[in-house]
Design a binder for this molecule. Structure first.
Ligand SMILES: CC(=O)Nc1ccn([C@@H]2O[C@H](CO)[C@@H](O)[C@H]2O)c(=O)n1
Length: 108
């Protein structure tokens, strides 16, 4: 089965296993990565060395206030809510507006 790749996204390597197992099926990004659209198929590589590890299908794109993060989001990240908030602050600093990108792995 062939398909068109519509773009690219990177993840920190430490999330690779959770993405490949399906334990992590959302990511939360800032405005600079708010352009993804439902139905796009993306090439996924590690941030550290730009190594391809899967293709994903974008299933959800939603604007989400940091203050509205909840346990459902954390579960979809395979973390506790406290862990998730810390990860986001470590990456982005203080941030009000996030973009939730929900996905499924279509090739690995
Ligand atoms: C590599 C890069 O450019 N940027 C990011 C930004 C975010 N994330 C992950 O999204 C969730 C919430 O932010 C958490 O699981 C993060 O670790 C990531 O893996 N890589």
């Amino acid at each position: 089965m062939t398909y068109t790749i519509d773009g690219e996204i990177t993840f920190f390597e430490r999330f690779e296993a959770d993405i490949l197992s399906g334990a992590k099926n959302i990511t939360l990004r800032d405005q600079s990565e708010s352009h993804f659209k439902v139905g796009q198929r993306l090439h996924v590589a590690t941030f550290e060395d730009n190594r391809w590890f899967c293709d994903i299908l974008v299933e959800r794109v939603e604007k989400l206030a940091f203050n509205h993060l909840n346990d459902v989001h954390a579960q979809q990240e395979n973390m506790t809510l406290a862990e998730l908030k810390k990860v986001i602050i470590d990456i982005y600093g203080s941030i009000d507006t996030l973009y939730l990108i929900g996905f499924s792995v279509i090739k690995a």
